[in-house]
Design a protein around this ligand. Structure first.
Ligand code: AHG
Ligand code: MN
Ligand code: MN
Length: 330
């Protein structure tokens, strides 16, 4: 049977008596924007959209033009949704308060419009990540930080789109993790990976090993254990350098992904609100574990929209071993 993502979310929302359909309308903004982005990504080598946009984003990294396009597509598609009061993006220093923000606006959407964008001009997979938060009780439209700076366990939905050999949308609304593949000829996301469960143990570890001299104590011992067969068959490594693609593989095939603190990035490189949180939410929903090396990612109380965090996610077997090598409460 063919199930589109729209049908799936409508069906799922029947769990909540009185659900108004506003959430499926919100999600349709994300699916529309990501279809626009994938159409551009697919033509990236053909048009003149490669290269720098001549601007630098808030983290001081050079923006590619596709980052700008993806950001505009998401803002455009989401700002038409009356249920959304606040948007926050990797590409915008400040949160955006929607013009219609009123009592009916109940959600904030936080996103990385294009993740892995430095990989675009060598034809490597990129992605979009998103996290949805509910407006806390009593908070007004003038206080966007209060909508956004909530721990990841308060997410009511999260997901990503991976623009790989096909375009895949993976999302959860707290009821398992489900994957949809874009059927390009009809432009619909069709259910292809129902109820994704992360294997308890996989074959690969995924980390930028060039930085290993700067990892905190215990991390290299953990990697050595995996490589030397301490958990059974010796692990092999896979690292694309596109978080969405690396985590998509880790979610489906198992294993472990790490972006530890490094000498260059002592607090880690990945962003808590729109990279680590949505990924941690999906991984936990799929039966895996996500930590920052000190505690559960979804329990971290954010202090700034663009705050960075270390991120270590994996299956139960790998993460039990990680906890032995880097002891902390989980
Ligand atoms: P972005 O393109 O949104 O800035 O993110 C890039 C990130 C992430 O996708 C990836 O996991 C990481 O950068 C790779 O960093 P290193 O090159 O330091 O390994
Ligand atoms: Mn990113
Ligand atoms: Mn990005």
């Amino acid at each position: 049977m063919i199930v589109t993502v729209q049908q799936h979310i409508l069906q799922d929302q029947k769990r909540f008596p009185g659900a108004s359909g506003e959430f499926s309308w919100l999600l349709s903004g994300i699916t529309l924007a990501t279809k626009m982005v994938q159409a551009r990504v697919r033509r990236a080598g053909l048009s003149d959209i490669l290269g720098d946009a001549g601007d630098v984003n808030v983290q001081g990294e050079i923006q590619q033009k596709l980052d700008v396009y993806a950001n505009e597509a998401l803002i455009h598609c989401l700002s038409a949704r009356a249920s959304i009061g606040v948007l926050a993006s990797e590409e915008n220093e400040e949160p955006m308060i929607m013009g219609h923000c009123s009592k009916e606006a109940n959600y904030a959407v936080i996103f990385d419009p294009l993740d892995g964008s430095s990989n675009i001009d060598v034809n490597v997979s990129v992605g979009t990540t998103f996290s949805v938060m509910r407006r806390p009780d009593g908070v007004t439209c003038e206080e966007p930080q209060k909508w956004l700076l909530q721990p990841g366990c308060k997410q009511i939905a999260a997901g990503y789109v991976c623009y790989g050999s096909s375009t895949v949308l993976v999302y959860s609304v707290g009821n398992g993790v489900h994957g949809f593949t874009l059927e390009p000829s009809v432009g619909a996301y069709l259910l292809s990976h129902p109820n994704i469960r992360m294997p308890n143990q996989g074959k690969y570890y995924s980390v930028n090993e060039a930085y290993r001299d700067g990892f905190p104590p215990g991390y290299n011992q953990f990697l050595d254990r995996l490589r030397q067969g301490g958990l059974g068959k010796p692990y092999a490594s896979r690292y694309i350098g596109s978080m969405v693609a690396d985590l998509h593989r880790t979610l489906l095939k198992g294993g472990v992904f790490l972006y530890p603190p490094t000498s260059d990035h002592p607090k880690g490189k990945l962003r808590l609100l729109y990279e680590a949180n949505p990924m941690a939410y999906l991984v936990e929903q799929a039966g895996g574990v996500a930590t920052d090396g000190k505690r559960r990612v979804l329990d971290l109380q954010p202090e700034a929209v663009h705050q960075r965090t270390p991120l270590i996610v994996g299956g139960q077997v790998e993460m039990a071993e990680f906890l032995r090598c880097v002891p902390h409460e989980m």
